[in-house]
Design a protein around this ligand. Structure first.
Ligand code: F6R
Ligand code: MG
Ligand code: MG
Length: 372
């Protein structure tokens, strides 16, 4: 009999928050929990966990229907609609922000919510990390995911674990041209870096193992690649990204995964989706944005998946070992803020989510003079 596969789906949306774009209201989480509990009773889900990062509501789900399942995506859509209703009743800020379509049409992709999903044969012990970021974009995962799977200065196993020594296979998406490319590390690392360094256009979608610890066609990491601004054709909030990463036994250890996030790298997003700033890894206690609507936050939960059920979680960054990263992120934020409206703190014009330029150009068009 073929082994039964489990699917992990992490689907998220900003459907309203407290005190501006800071944090999800607990009643939205309660509403989502009730909706997903019903779905367990109806055999749509095996299990679920509801959480948030900043103003984004996060639905962590396990089931048997594969990726892009209409049943599961429709469930997420209806759940976000129910939460939107509560958000509207509470007069929360930007209620229903990410629900861009009037009705559901088969899949949440392109409708506003973001998703990262993987189907695989569950190992006897299956540790999984759920990484969720607020006030940034999908390419924000390029740097840490590269470090976790391809940088021996981050992942010791690449050098000293024979099952990781063969490296990994990266699937890269060009989110403007809607094309994809597969590249192997270590031998194609430089080609890979040439693309993923341009993080607003080329994003890591999946990583696959090249050793024999898990089947070669099974992803071991998946990143959401939804780009809200492209979907809506205008600014509707940053496409805050999520990732799911499997750990241990020939894959990066949980500590090697966390190591990839230990240094506050710079991403675009932050205030008005128009500024570069550092990522601050936080535990539940600090899981909201504040200064200048940021700095961008990273919240992580670790679980074991056991016969399709969640065992856990562990609040992955709620640890003194990450205090220096938080402090450094706060210092970098302070440093960058002093640049105010100047690049590179403010994003280049074509990457800003808010801009007065077209209006300003119109207003001043007759005042421009030719330079002889
Ligand atoms: C960025 C974000 C915030 C808002 C800003 C203005 O992703 O959510 O920085 O862009 O607070 O928000 P509005 O235009 O809703 O007043
Ligand atoms: Mg918001
Ligand atoms: Mg958000």
């Amino acid at each position: 009999m073929p082994e039964r596969k489990v699917t992990i789906s992490l689907i998220k949306a900003d459907v309203g928050s407290i005190a501006g774009h800071q944090v999800v209201h607990p009643r939205l989480e309660e509403t989502a929990k009730a909706a997903l509990k019903e779905a367990v009773g109806l055999d749509i889900l095996d299990d679920f966990y509801v959480t948030h990062v900043g103003d984004d509501l996060e639905l962590l789900m396990t089931h048997r229907h594969g990726v892009d399942s209409k049943k599961v995506h429709e469930l997420a859509w209806i759940t976000f609609q129910k939460c939107t209703k509560v958000a509207k009743d509470l007069h929360l800020y930007a209620a229903g922000q990410d629900l861009l379509a009037d009705s559901f049409s088969g899949n949440v992709r392109g409708l506003g919510p973001g998703s990262a999903e993987m189907e695989f044969i569950e190992r006897p012990a299956e540790p999984v990390a759920f990484m969720m970021m607020d006030k940034t974009e999908p390419g924000a995962f390029n740097f840490p995911v590269y470090r976790i799977f391809a940088d021996p200065f981050c992942n010791a196993g690449l050098v000293i674990d024979t099952s990781m020594h063969d490296g990994f296979k990266f699937e890269i998406w060009d989110i403007e041209e809607h094309k994809r490319l597969f590249l192997n590390t270590p031998e194609e690392s430089y080609d890979l870096l040439a693309f993923i360094g341009a993080k607003s256009r080329y994003v890591i979608k999946h990583v696959f193992a090249r050793g024999n610890k898990v089947p070669k066609d099974e992803p071991i990491a998946c990143v959401s690649t939804d780009k809200l601004s492209q979907i809506a054709g205008q600014y509707v909030g940053k496409d805050d990204p999520v990732a799911v990463i499997r750990a241990q036994s020939g894959l990066p250890g949980m500590g090697e995964i966390l190591e990839g996030f230990s240094w506050p790298w710079l991403v675009s997003g932050w205030n008005r989706g128009s500024h570069n700033g550092p990522v601050m890894p936080v535990g539940l206690k600090d899981n909201r944005t504040s200064r200048f609507d940021g700095p961008p936050r990273l919240f992580g939960l670790g679980f074991q998946i056991a016969d399709g059920k969640f065992v856990g979680p562990v609040d992955l960054f709620d640890d003194p070992a990450f205090d220096p990263s938080r402090r450094q992120a706060a210092e970098i934020a302070d440093y960058m803020r002093r640049m105010g409206p100047f690049e590179p703190h403010r994003l280049p014009m074509d990457e800003m989510e808010y801009t007065t330029m077209p209006k300003l150009m119109g207003k001043l068009k007759d005042k421009w003079e030719d330079v002889k």
